[in-house]
Design a protein around this ligand. Structure first.
Ligand SMILES: [Zn+2]
Length: 78
C-alpha cells in the first residue's frame, strides 16, 4: 500500500526525526523517491529546521554587550 501525499505529510515530523515505525519509514522513502512535490517539501522542511537551529543557537550567545549597555543606559535614564 502506497502512501498518499497527505498521509506522508501527516507522519512527516516522525519520519524526519526517525521515530517512525520501520515499515512506515520505508513507505515514506518510496513515496519521496517518486513524488517531486514531497521531495521538495522535505527539502524546505529540513531548511526550516536548519534555520531555526541557527536562530536558537544565536540566542544561546546571550544579548550582545553593546545592546545590553544600551538597555541599561535607557533604564538609568539621563
Ligand atoms: Zn507526495
Amino acid at each position: 500500500m502506497a502512501l498518499t501525499c497527505q498521509e506522508l505529510i501527516a507522519i512527516f515530523g516522525d519520519y524526519h526525526s526517525g521515530s517512525l515505525a520501520v515499515d512506515l519509514a520505508v513507505l515514506a522513502e518510496l513515496h519521496l523517491l517518486g513524488c517531486l512535490e514531497c521531495a521538495d517539501y522535505l527539502k524546505s522542511y529540513e531548511e526550516t529546521i536548519r534555520l531555526s537551529k541557527i536562530a536558537f543557537a544565536s540566542l544561546d550567545d546571550g544579548v550582545p554587550e553593546n545592546v545590553a549597555r544600551a538597555i541599561l543606559q535607557k533604564q538609568t535614564g539621563t
